[in-house]
Ligand binder design. Structure first.
Ligand code: GLY
Ligand code: MN
Ligand code: MN
Length: 438
């Protein structure tokens, strides 16, 4: 990685930009300061073990401290950010290391040994508290919606630091996807494939942006399949893997689909790959993502016609809702510190939502794209029993060519998902670039 590609070299500018964004949002909402709590460890009921910790994304937007609980950041429009850096004197758990200079140099860092020491440093004036730590529950202006909406809107445009983190997260995931594909070809179980993925990524489950979807055969039809079968199936027909990685809290979200052998399912994957690339190329500034979602439906309907899975034309597949039987989710979403990143439907600081197209309740992004947005593009085509059975019981059952569906049902489904940066010119496909660089 060259210096210009490394997130580190962009960090100072990122902090400056954050400072400007927060100053503007605080002033617009008449706050004098903000206090951002990184979060607290939450314990299982009646237990002293806690859930995996995930830092408050508003804290992570400032600092690459994904595993740091009980730290607090104080932001004032006209002063450098102050970090109350929690470093307990603990012999049960390893305390956080001393700050590294690449990020620490941009903050007034004050190490604290006890939780809640920040209370003595609450700034004067009207303070917005941001976070979900139980310690904030008695704070009056907790997560003010208009302030958060302003910040969420700003987060839709990624800084060069954030873009570099997202690129790096894509590169890690691509490396791990390659190892997973090899494990699939080697006939391994979902569990073993998942282990191969983690090993290649050099990340553990708690580092990943979401639970990896590692689906062999029919399991590919379960959109968020969450098991990792320990035993390999007798036959490996197909493999769908939807798995990402993180870099300083920023996520990748990548899906690949494979067929073990040539044939109708492999052909469908190739056709979907061509459609997905065409859709990626459409991710341009000024384009309404809703139109791209509807274009994906038209493209998938065409695949269904061409492959003989349905017996009607594209128009009828769209007007009857038949394309949604095979493609029941949205084309994609914003990507950033959260896999399904904030503000996908948000129009303004009041929280007004931009409506989804009728009949598309699961679309997570309805905005017009801008340079600096990072989005996923993830068309799919699945053989989902419950949706197929509902259709079969309805008036348009004959529009599906059932023998063709029966033939492909054991293959589960197809999804191809890339992470794409919208620019002022050609979109940058971070995922494809990462695979190409392996
Ligand atoms: N991995 C979840 C999604 O693609 O949205
Ligand atoms: Mn995904
Ligand atoms: Mn996704």
């Amino acid at each position: 990685m060259t210096a210009s590609q490394s997130p580190v070299s962009h960090f100072g500018n990122h902090v400056q930009q954050q400072q400007a964004v927060w100053a503007q949002a605080l002033q617009a909402e008449q706050f004098d300061a903000a206090l951002i709590h990184s979060g607290s460890q939450l314990y299982s009921f009646l237990d002293d073990y806690h859930y995996p910790f995930r830092a408050n994304p508003h804290f992570l937007a400032w600092l690459p401290l994904a595993r740091h609980d009980e730290s607090v950041l104080i932001i004032r429009p006209d002063q450098p950010p102050v970090l109350y850096y929690f470093q307990p004197d603990d012999y049960w758990y390893l305390p956080p290391a001393d700050p590294e200079s690449w990020w620490g140099d941009f903050f007034d860092v004050r190490p604290v040994r006890e939780t809640g020491q920040w209370r003595s440093a609450i700034p004067e004036g009207r303070v917005a508290y941001v976070g979900d730590a139980p310690a904030l529950n008695d704070c009056q202006e907790l997560n003010p919606p208009r302030l958060l909406n302003r910040l969420h809107l700003a987060r839709t445009v990624k800084t060069p630091y954030e873009q570099a983190c997202l690129r790096s997260a894509a590169a890690t995931a691509a490396r791990a996807h390659r190892a997973a594909a090899e494990a699939f070809r080697d006939g391994q179980s979902e569990f073993a494939i998942h282990q191969a993925y983690l090993h290649a990524a050099q990340q553990e489950d708690a580092d990943l942006p979401y639970g990896s979807i590692v689906a062999l055969n029919e399991h590919g039809a379960v959109l968020h399949y969450q098991q990792h079968e320990r035993i390999a199936p007798h036959t490996h027909r197909s493999f769908l893997i939807d798995a990402g990685a993180t870099c300083h809290g920023y996520c990748s979200d990548i899906t690949r689909s494979y067929s073990a052998s040539p044939g109708a399912f492999a052909d469908l994957i190739s056709a979907m790959d061509a459609l997905q690339l065409r859709l990626c190329d459409g991710m341009r500034a000024g384009v309404d993502y809703r139109a791209l979602h509807l274009e994906a439906h038209a493209g998938i309907a065409q695949l269904l016609v061409d492959s003989g899975l349905i017996r009607c034309d594209v128009e009828q597949a769209l007007s009857t809702g038949l394309s949604s039987v095979f493609f029941p989710h949205g084309l994609g979403h914003f990507l950033g510190l959260q896999t399904h990143d904030v503000a996908g439907l948000l129009a303004d600081a009041d929280g007004t939502e931009i409506a989804r197209p009728d009949g598309h309740p699961f679309l997570r992004l309805t905005r017009v794209l801008e340079a600096g947005n990072v989005v996923t593009v993830e068309p799919g085509l699945y053989f989902i029993d419950s949706l197929l059975n509902r259709w079969r019981a309805g008036p348009d059952a004959a529009l599906i060519h059932w023998p063709a569906v029966e033939e492909l049902r054991p293959y589960g489904g197809i999804r191809i998902e890339d992470d794409v940066l919208v620019t002022d010119a050609q979109p940058e496909n971070m995922s494809r670039d990462a695979f190409a660089a392996l």
